[in-house]
Design a protein around this ligand. Sequence first.
Ligand SMILES: C[S@@+](CC[C@H](N)C(=O)[O-])C[C@H]1O[C@@H](n2cnc3c(N)ncnc32)[C@H](O)[C@@H]1O
Length: 198
Amino acid sequence: MEPKDKKLMETLPIPQSVYGMCDFEDVYWRMASEAPDECIFVELGCFIGQSSMTMARAIVGTGKKISMYCVDLWPIIKEGEMYRYYLQKWRGDLFRGWAENMAPFRRHVDIHALQCDSAQAARLFANQSVWFAFIDANHNRSSVVADVKAWHQKVAFGGYIGGHDVGPKPWPDVEPVVNGFYRDDWELIHRSWLHHKN
Ligand SMILES: C[S@@+](CC[C@H](N)C(=O)[O-])C[C@H]1O[C@@H](n2cnc3c(N)ncnc32)[C@H](O)[C@@H]1O
């Protein structure tokens, strides 16, 4: 999809400039283009913001009034070779990293951060109040079950629920859970799944 305001898009940071796992840009752009002019998107599992930036860019690209809710535990990392960069840059506070990376987008998109468990966060939303929910938090079986259960009822009829990491590796629990809920009523897009609630 062609962004409405190409010049504005050029001023926004590129998501790939920060570390992340977002290979679902197509999903976010498609959702933003199909969404009504005013609605709510929820992202569950945001890490330091590569995917949240991608969602925000897609929203800016459509020029719609879509509010974004970003949910993550954003733990404080205290040690670990793997996390040396985050320890040095934000003293291990992943939320600081996410907030810093999202700051340029907050001038253009209504963005809310919810630092809590992904399934628990659903309690803050009325049933059928969300147009699109995307799950990329804890990928173990019980967490994915809890997330899909909690968020399915929050999604409006006509909206979508989806998530990341279907396939046998590296998270074999996700696909069986999605099949358990939706049988064959979901679409595979790269490594993401998408269910149209109607
Ligand atoms: C795979 S990463 C998300 C990557 C991000 N979507 C991206 O593409 O850059 C998973 C994230 O889920 C968060 N997380 C794990 N379990 C969670 C839970 N129960 N509730 C909320 N967030 C959780 C972790 O803190 C981590 O940031």
